[in-house]
Design a protein around this ligand. Structure first.
Ligand code: SAM
Length: 234
């Protein structure tokens, strides 16, 4: 389970109401049992359930099972899609090692607003499920031009271009080993001409392709992340 509190031997940690419900009603756990905890900073700990009531639970960390280790530094910038498709992208992004998820509004983005609490909850759930020791950071949703204007120059922005103009992603990645990377995926309707020109004009951006077929936005995001993971091995 993911908790915000520091983790160290003997220091009790309180669970939220939802986590307590999960533990008691879904996992059917009881006082005295052991649960794995992580907080993104102190590694993974085996913690004993010291108290379990309807309103909350207290767990006491006993021993560290894994130290905090470096994780990939990979950003995914994705235009919000319909709810269930965004949920899929969020879940797979966490599983495939994304360190920052950044919802980006483009001209053809149909989704009106982003529910950050919901996305964060999905990120936590996915991180717990795949046993990573961090929860990806959820960046403040922003318009594409603003994102490009404030871009950190040292990070390469790999713009997923369905138009056939992109160099195959794997080929581009071969020349970028050790660099900080970000992937940018468009909405259901793709990027418009002006957005393509704007992105292409930035020195840090590279257009990349994922083959000749037009993929669903969520497929493109997941496929691109899988390629990065396959080549980087982490
Ligand atoms: N209309 C479909 C949908 O509803 O999902 C296809 C959308 S496609 C235009 C959405 C985004 O996926 C594009 O903007 C691009 O970032 C990415 N994409 C799709 N196919 C791709 C390909 N073959 N190569 C690179 N990127 C691709």
């Amino acid at each position: 389970l993911f908790v915000e509190a520091p983790l160290s031997a003997g220091m009790a940690v309180a669970l939220t109401r939802d986590q307590t419900h999960y533990l008691a009603s879904v996992m059917r756990a009881a006082v005295g049992e052991l649960v794995l905890l992580f907080n993104g900073r102190d590694g993974e700990w085996l913690a004993r359930i010291a108290a379990l009531a309807k309103a909350g639970a207290a767990l006491v960390p006993e021993s560290q099972t894994r130290p905090q280790a470096p994780e990939p530094d990979l950003w995914l910038l994705a235009a919000p899609l319909k709810k269930d498709r965004t949920d899929l992208v969020v879940e797979k992004a966490a599983e495939l090692g994304v360190s920052r998820l950044w919802p980006v509004f483009t001209r053809r983005t149909n989704a009106g607003r982003v529910n950050a609490d919901r996305l964060h909850a999905h990120l936590v759930e996915a991180a717990e499920q795949c046993e990573r020791l961090t929860v990806p950071d959820l960046a403040e949703p922003a318009a594409l031009d603003k994102v490009l204007a404030g871009w950190p120059a040292e990070r390469v922005l790999l713009f997923l271009d369905e138009g056939g103009g992109g160099v195959p992603l794997a080929e581009v990645l071969n020349g970028l080993s050790g660099q900080k990377l970000a992937l940018l995926v468009g909405p259901e309707g793709g990027f418009d001409g002006e957005e393509r020109r704007l992105i292409a004009s930035r020195p840090f951006a590279r257009a990349v392709g994922l083959g000749p077929r037009i993929l669903r936005a969520e497929t493109a995001a997941i496929a691109a992340l899988a390629v990065v993971q396959a080549l980087n091995g982490d």
